[in-house]
Ligand binder design. Structure first.
Ligand code: NAD
Length: 267
């Protein structure tokens, strides 16, 4: 069976990588791509990835793309992802969501769509990072609250949300390991007279600069030792590869909201 994959936000950093991945993965064809208003709409998809025209043009109608795709992959912006979730709900098309920085309302739109369409949503599609989530949960469950948990991330200068979705995913995994809610223990910033660190806090620190694709470290420290787990992305290809793998995995799945741990069999 050949799976037709649509790519929304196809001219973005991730969108281009996903097109490349679809074109080079056996069993996939490119159903098409969309962009936001004024962004390359009407031009051929080929030049986006540095190849000759491939006879498919960039559109701006998400419902049309969802209707002609077996799965649609989304690395865009929260406002667009919300529109795409509605298109998934309308058409029942499998949907892969990688956009981060979503509000509670954006997330509610995805959860509503998951009643009609099978959806994989992940803050990070790389195998290494999903193993990091699993390890973080395990370590947090083993160590007592005397160990302070801090999550440090660095990304390229163009990134618009902070902390990264992956850092938040690490925080969620640590909180789950300790059987607490991240919202109750998260400390997202420190400045000025902060006072001493509260026991049980999960802290976040964000660095931005240059072209860094994505570095994440989680630290567990007490007075006597420090355990650090680190993942560094060397290429956006790992996210695109994971997203295409998720799109293929979704074929034949019942409506519902799945994660990369389901796709990778880590649950
Ligand atoms: P980018 O800015 O390069 O690309 C986003 C694209 O979406 C742009 O081309 C933009 O024009 C397009 N867009 C905006 N509105 C649109 C609309 N209404 N319809 C269609 N397209 C629209 O950003 P990026 O670096 O590719 O990252 C995109 C998102 O993916 C970010 O939220 C980022 O954090 C996230 N991301 C997630 C992972 C993961 O593994 N989950 C990995 C990398 C990036």
């Amino acid at each position: 069976m050949t799976v037709a994959i649509g790519v929304v936000g196809c001219a973005g950093r991730m969108g281009r990588m996903v097109i490349q991945e679809v074109l080079t993965t056996e069993g996939c064809v490119l159903a098409g791509g969309t962009e936001g208003p004024d962004e390359h709409v009407g031009s051929d998809l080929g030049p986006l990835i540095g190849v000759e025209p491939i006879g498919a043009t960039i559109g701006d109608d998400p419902v049309e793309l969802f209707s002609s795709s077996d799965a649609v992959i989304d690395f865009t912006v929260p406002a667009a992802t919300r529109i795409h979730a509605t298109a998934a709900e309308e058409t029942g098309t499998a949907f892969v969501v990688g956009t981060t920085g979503l509000s509670a309302e954006d997330q509610a739109a995805i959860e509503s769509a998951a009643r009609k369409a099978p959806i994989v949503q992940a803050p990070n599609f790389s195998i290494g990072t999903n193993l990091l989530f699993a390890l973080t949960k395990q370590v947090a469950a083993k160590l007592d609250p005397d160990y302070d948990i801090e999550v440090l991330e660095m990304h390229h200068r163009h990134k618009v949300d902070a902390p990264s979705g992956t850092a938040l995913g690490i925080g969620q995994a640590a909180a789950a390991g300790r059987a607490v809610r991240l919202d109750d223990v998260a400390r997202y910033a420190r400045e000025g007279q902060t006072g001493p660190r509260a026991t049980g806090e999960i802290g976040f620190a964000t660095l931005r600069g240059g072209g860094v694709i994505g570095d994440h470290t989680v630290m567990f420290s007490n007075e006597d030792e420090r355990l650090e787990l680190t993942h560094k992305a060397n290429s956006r290809g790992i996210f695109a590869g994971g997203a295409v793998r998720a799109a293929l995995w979704l074929q034949g799945k019942k409506p519902g909201l799945y994660g990369m741990a389901d796709v990778l069999g880590l649950n």
